[in-house]
Design a protein around this ligand. Structure first.
Ligand SMILES: NC(=O)c1ccc[n+]([C@@H]2O[C@H](COP(=O)([O-])OP(=O)(O)OC[C@H]3O[C@@H](n4cnc5c(N)ncnc54)[C@H](OP(=O)(O)O)[C@@H]3O)[C@@H](O)[C@H]2O)c1
Length: 257
C-alpha cells in the first residue's frame, strides 16, 4: 500500500478532548482533513460549537461537539454514550485535555491544586480510556494517542506537579501498550513549548522565552499544527508497528523553563 494512503482515516471515528482551542482543535481539524469523523469535547459547549462549525466549513459534516468535564466521570460516561449513539464506534481516542492550576515548587503545592491536576490530567485520562476501550476498542481495535509533555520526561522549574502527572501519562501509555497487545496501539506525543493560551504564561514572559529559545536549536517555539501532524501519524495506519512510543515534538531540545 502506498505510504501516503496509510494516513487516510476515511471511515474512522475519532474522539478528541480539549478540542475547543490550541493543540486539541488543530488535532481535530487534521483528523477531519484526513477523512475521520471527529467528536470534539471540552467543558464549554459554546466554544466547542464554534470550533466544530469552523472545521465543518473546511470539511463538511465531519465534526460534532459534545461538552464534558474531564474531571467528572459521569460527564465522560455520557460523552462516550453520545459518541457511540451517533457513530456506533470509536477508532481513535486523543486524550489531550489537561490543566495546570499551580505554578511553583512541588513542595509548596496545596493539596487542592495537586488533586485538581491529577483529577483532570491523569484520572480523567484513565476513566475516558477505560470507557472507550470497553465501549468499542475491545471489540474493534483502535489507536489511542495521549498528549504528554517534555516535562513528563525530565524535571523543570515551576511546573513540577503538572510534570508529575505528565510522567504518569507516559507510564500509562507504555503500560497500556504492553497490556493491550497491539490490537489497540497506545502512544504519546510529548510537546515542547507550543504557542497556545495554556502556555502563554511561559512564552508571554520575555525572560522565560529567551531562556527556552537559547536551548532550542531551531530558535523558536512550536505551533499546534506541528503537534497535530505527529498525532495524525500515530493515530493512522502509517504507524501500524509503533506502539508504546513517546514522540517528542520540541524542535530538537529545550522547551522547559
Ligand atoms: N502548549 C504547550 O506548550 C504544551 C506543551 C506540552 C504539552 N501540552 C499539552 O497539550 C495539551 C493541550 O494544551 P493546549 O496548550 O492546547 O491548551 P489550551 O489551548 O489551553 O486548550 C486546552 C483545552 O482543554 C480544555 N480543557 C481544559 N480543562 C478541561 C477539563 N477539565 N475538562 C475538559 N476539557 C478541558 C479547554 O477547553 P475548556 O476550557 O472549554 O474546557 C481547551 O479546549 C495539554 O494536554 C497540555 O498539557 C501543551
Amino acid at each position: 500500500m502506498p505510504v501516503g494512503s496509510r494516513f487516510d482515516l476515511t471511515g474512522r471515528v475519532a474522539l478528541v478532548t480539549g478540542a475547543s482551542r490550541g493543540i486539541g482543535s488543530a488535532i481535530a481539524e487534521t483528523l477531519a482533513e484526513h477523512g475521520a469523523q471527529v467528536a470534539l469535547s471540552s467543558r464549554k459547549q459554546a466554544d466547542l460549537d464554534t470550533e466544530a462549525e469552523r472545521i465543518n466549513v473546511l470539511y463538511p459534516e465531519k465534526t460534532v461537539a459534545i461538552a464534558a468535564h474531564s474531571g467528572r466521570p459521569e460527564d465522560l460516561g455520557r460523552l462516550v454514550k453520545e459518541v457511540m449513539g451517533r457513530f456506533a464506534r470509536i477508532d481513535i481516542l486523543v486524550n489531550n485535555a489537561a490543566t495546570n492550576p499551580y505554578f511553583g515548587p512541588v513542595i509548596g503545592a496545596e493539596l487542592a491544586a495537586w488533586d485538581k491536576t491529577f483529577e483532570v490530567n491523569l484520572r480523567g485520562l484513565f476513566v475516558l480510556t477505560k470507557l472507550v476501550y470497553e465501549a468499542s476498542m475491545e471489540a474493534h481495535g483502535g489507536s489511542i494517542v495521549n498528549i504528554a509533555s517534555i516535562g513528563g520526561l525530565r524535571p523543570g522549574l515551576g511546573l513540577g506537579v503538572y510534570n508529575i502527572t505528565k510522567a504518569g501519562v507516559i507510564m500509562f501509555t507504555r503500560q497500556l501498550a504492553r497490556e493491550l497487545g497491539g490490537k489497540v496501539r497506545v502512544n504519546a506525543v510529548a510537546p515542547g513549548l507550543i504557542k497556545t493560551r495554556f502556555a502563554e504564561a511561559l512564552w508571554g514572559n520575555q525572560e522565560i522565552l529567551d531562556r527556552v529559545l537559547a536551548q532550542n536549536p531551531m530558535g523558536r517555539i512550536g505551533v499546534p499544527d506541528e503537534v497535530a501532524a505527529a498525532v495524525l501519524f500515530l493515530a493512522s495506519d502509517a504507524a501500524s508497528y509503533v506502539n508504546g512510543e513517546v514522540l517528542v515534538v520540541d524542535g530538537g531540545g529545550g522547551g522547559e523553563p
